[in-house]
Design a protein around this ligand. Structure first.
Ligand SMILES: NC(=O)c1ccc[n+]([C@@H]2O[C@H](COP(=O)([O-])OP(=O)(O)OC[C@H]3O[C@@H](n4cnc5c(N)ncnc54)[C@H](OP(=O)(O)O)[C@@H]3O)[C@@H](O)[C@H]2O)c1
Length: 161
């Protein structure tokens, strides 16, 4: 394992996003995301990069895409998962997979930890977090929140040895 952690906010049916946007406006959850990712390299697909309002400060963006991107000190581009993993190996630190659906799917088997915000609200979605077998993971609940009328909890899943 390469110290790869996935972080996502998902609905009851693994809903992730729609029209390349997030489904819920949860400032406290975004704070949690910031705390958990700050200072760490973040892996994402091109569509998730495009969905960000701006580059996320204090984090190196490792972007999977077949496109050419404008050179930027905060972004490294990878054309396939193998070259991304080779680079991750050289870092020797935890890297965070921040989405989206295509990238979570490819990284699930390579990850040993997941930080999931499980939101107790259905939403219409066009992308979904991959299904996974909960028997393969130990799960700890970190905390519960309520923002507006939306309840959610932060869970840590650690892959069983
Ligand atoms: N709820 C959450 O926590 C959360 C987190 C993140 C994102 N999201 C949501 O997820 C949605 C975006 O997810 P998505 O699945 O549509 O897109 P995505 O995974 O963010 O990006 C897909 C793109 O990444 C590139 N890519 C993927 N695998 C690759 C590979 N192996 N090699 C090279 N390039 C690769 C391709 O880009 P090119 O076409 O440029 O080659 C592909 O079109 C949005 O709605 C977003 O808001 C939700």
């Amino acid at each position: 394992m390469k110290n790869i952690t996935m972080i996502a906010a998902i609905g009851p049916n693994n809903e992730l996003g729609k029209d390349n946007k997030l489904l819920w406006d949860l400032p406290e959850d975004l704070k949690f995301f910031r705390q958990q990712t700050m200072g760490k390299p973040i892996i994402m697909g091109k569509r998730t990069l495009d969905s960000l309002p701006r580059l996320l400060p204090g984090r190196l963006h490792l972007v999977l895409t077949h496109q050419e991107l404008e050179p930027n000190d905060q972004i490294k581009v990878f054309r396939d998962v193998d070259s991304l993993l080779e680079f991750v190996e050289t870092l020797g630190q935890e890297v965070m997979v921040i989405g989206g659906a295509q990238v979570y799917k490819q990284m699930l088997d390579l990850s040993d930890k997941m930080l999931l915000t499980e939101v107790e609200a259905h939403a219409e979605a066009d992308v979904f977090f991959p299904t996974f077998d909960k028997n393969d993971w130990d799960c700890t609940e970190l905390c519960r929140h309520e923002e507006g009328d939306i309840k959610y909890k932060h869970l840590v899943y650690t892959r069983k040895k």
